[in-house]
Write a protein that binds this ligand. Sequence first.
Ligand code: ADP
Length: 386
Amino acid sequence: MKSALIECQNINYEYPNRGMALRDVSLEIEEGKKTAIIGPNGAGKSTLFLHFNGVLKPKYGQVLFQGEPISYRGKDLSRLRKDVAVILQNPDDQIFSATVEEDVAFGPLNIGLPRDEVASRVDEALSLVDMTHIRERPSQQLSFGQRKRLALAGALAMRPKVLIMDEPTAGLDPHMVQEVLELTEELHMNGITLIMSTHEMEVAYSWADEFKVMHQGRLLFSGPAEELFANGTLLELLGFQAPAVYRFNEEMVRSGVLDMEPVPRNMVEMRLKLCHKDDRTVGGLEVRAMGKERIPSIEEVHGLLSQGRAVGYYGSKAKHLLAMTLPADVRLPGLTGCLDKMIDGDEAVLYAEANLIPSIQDHINNYSKKFQVSIPVTVDQGWNDR
Ligand code: ADP
């Protein structure tokens, strides 16, 4: 059964003296999905988001959350905003407190949670965004990327059902973009419904289950990405192009090298598709369970690297625990980065918390099935006990 967590029914909105910012927008956001909202500047994406958490009220039409029309009474709105967190494009519009930890604690304190609950949520949120080591730092002294992560931590500390991110990757370097996407993947696994607006088609394509397109306050498209990319007129109107990997796949079809399906969503997937075509084998993945009692030593990681194996982590906890032993300048890849090396023929070791191992296996099975490539995986639950 399809379940809409958020629904907009013919909503219209006008800023004072500014023409219509939203025109007759009707849409549904499905629970547990990752939805990308695409559109040029001024299309109405941010205005739409502020309707999802009741900051703005439509002039006509209505917004429903979990099937009920939003009530704009103060108490009801506070309850709604516990469930629906919006992270604004500019973190400075959202960060008010003097230090990192005070800022993350602000929301949970504001909804009256007991001190120890606030403290544990702050710890959890800071660990997720990897800011525990700078928790006492004045928020004024953070870099742009750190302020973006702080705004994210503030939202996560509310443990929302829906996380709405307005241009979360804008202004971040490629490594940080990857980190944000990996983190959202983890939130997705925990059942959080995710919505992101972005200009970056490549990011949206490798990330989202569902695409929605806004233009001049109107919703022009809702559906799977491939349907949008096949609509050249709409792409032209938006001034967008289909992502490079999609166009490359089309080009290979035209040249008679590949079939259109399965359509790869990023370069790693394209490479897996080519592995299948050329009957090439992929290096194996060894997954090693880790936890507070099982943190690999620097010697162990160096040993693996010197054997020519790729070493990576899966999940923010594993990343955090590894950061405790590794020098700050060592940046390990995630699952996708390891796969990239495995396609080169390398063997890889991925450290992960034991409870995330099934999810790694799911990802690998999905890749294997989609591209019909055998990806050997072994799981070592107790490597440190030997
Ligand atoms: P997007 O997020 O897609 O860039 P916005 O929702 O920010 O689009 O903007 C939609 C339209 O509303 C634009 O024409 C913009 O100029 C106008 N707008 C947005 N915020 C405000 C505001 N606070 N006051 C007046 N007009 C605004």
